[in-house]
Design a protein around this ligand. Structure first.
Ligand code: F6P
Length: 359
């Protein structure tokens, strides 16, 4: 009987509980036991590791639709990776991880994480050398290469749509534009998808250069005196500082366009999991359990053309844009962004949405 560990790391998103629930159900179906590691690598680092056996009763299906993680994602404050970085004790931290992991006697570990966690796992591969490591990509930012979807992205888009649908009502009532700032770090996919879905009149993303005068001109030409301008949190505006939506808002005000900046913030990570994210969860979990059965290791589940397959951590790392992670000194993470040939950019342009200076 195999023993499978499950761990959620990095920023949370909706869909984590669906993944955990489906792993427990799928593993039981194969006659395997599952153990949840509490608080991600913080909990794993404890001696003994902070882990509990999971059953379908401990991760009930009716609660699996809810955001957050049954297992928590870390930052417990007791002992964590950030403290280890600050104290220059990352090597010790990694040694502890390997030692505590060994005490769990797991056959496999399913790491539900983002590009930071996967890049770390790839670089510190030795920690997981005694078991089968299978990663399931989750992030609202959808900044992971080689997969057509990440868990949590669809729900985040839907949460933004619900938010903007409401905001549009007050916008109309007060003849006002709303500059809505989305999350996403340096990746504009969340803003682009949500912007197209709500019918925004402009979408500003970090990947595409824009010009404020052109934006103002575009807004003036819209045959309405209200609407949504979607702004991704990763954009910058030369000569301005502060939150991106505030910067754009000030520029519009200076041009005489009545507007407000709005911040949906953490609701993007916390809506009830959409059906699409749940189906992705079920597909990725099935793929992950098959991979464990086939003794694969150091792989990521990836949705490609609607089929879920595994790709190696090495391929994942090589496929992305390798850049320094501001939060983790010495670590380069592998990131994905909006590609210039993303068909949604053409769709946005065809809908007369201002998206900046397209080549
Ligand atoms: O990576 C997910 C994400 O929600 C980003 O979109 C956002 O910039 C960041 O996490 C916020 O992180 P924190 O939880 O540390 O505020």
């Amino acid at each position: 009987m195999k023993k499978i560990g499950i761990m959620t790391t990095g920023g949370d998103c909706s869909g984590l509980n669906s993944v955990i629930n489906r792993i427990v159900l799928g593993a039981r179906n194969r006659g395997w036991r599952t153990f949840g590691i509490i608080d991600g690598t913080d909990g794993l680092c404890h001696m003994p590791a902070n882990a509990i056996e999971l059953t379908p009763e401990s991760v009930p299906v009716e609660m699996a639709r809810m955001a957050g993680s049954f297992l928590h994602n870390g930052n417990s404050g007791i002992m964590n990776f950030e403290t280890a970085i600050k104290m220059g004790r990352v090597d010790q931290f990694n040694k502890n991880l390997k030692r505590s992991l060994a005490t769990l006697h797991l056959d496999a570990l399913i790491l539900i994480g983002g590009n930071g966690s996967f890049s770390l796992a790839y670089k510190n591969n030795d920690i997981y050398s005694k078991l089968s490591l299978v990663c399931i990509p989750k992030t609202i930012d959808f900044d992971i290469p080689l997969t057509d979807r990440t868990i949590g992205f669809d729900t985040a888009v839907n949460e933004l749509v619900k938010y903007c649908d409401q905001v549009l009502l007050t916008a109309r009532s007060h003849h006002r534009w709303f500059v809505v700032q989305t999350m996403g770090r340096e990746c504009g996919r969340l803003a682009l998808n949500a912007g197209v879905a709500v019918g925004a009149d402009a979408i500003i993303v970090p990947e595409i250069k824009f010009n404020v005068d052109d934006l103002v001109e575009h807004v003036r030409c819209v045959p309405r005196d209200y609407g949504i301008i979607m702004v991704s949190e990763g954009i910058t505006l030369r000569g301005h500082s502060g939150r991106p939506a505030d910067m754009i808002s000030r520029a519009l005000t200076a041009a005489g366009i009545t507007n407000r900046a709005a911040f949906p913030d953490y609701i993007q990570r916390s809506g009830d999991t959409t059906a699409a994210d749940r189906i992705t969860a079920a597909k990725m979990v099935t793929c992950a359990l098959d991979a464990i059965e086939n003794r694969e290791t150091n792989v990521i589940t990836a949705l490609q053309d609607n089929v879920c397959k595994t790709v190696s951590l090495a391929d994942f790392y090589a496929a992305g844009d390798i850049s320094r992670d501001p939060n983790i000194p010495d670590l380069c993470t592998s990131n994905a962004y909006i590609e210039p040939d993303d068909p949604l950019l053409d769709v946005a342009t065809a809908m007369n949405i201002y998206i900046g200076e397209m080549k």
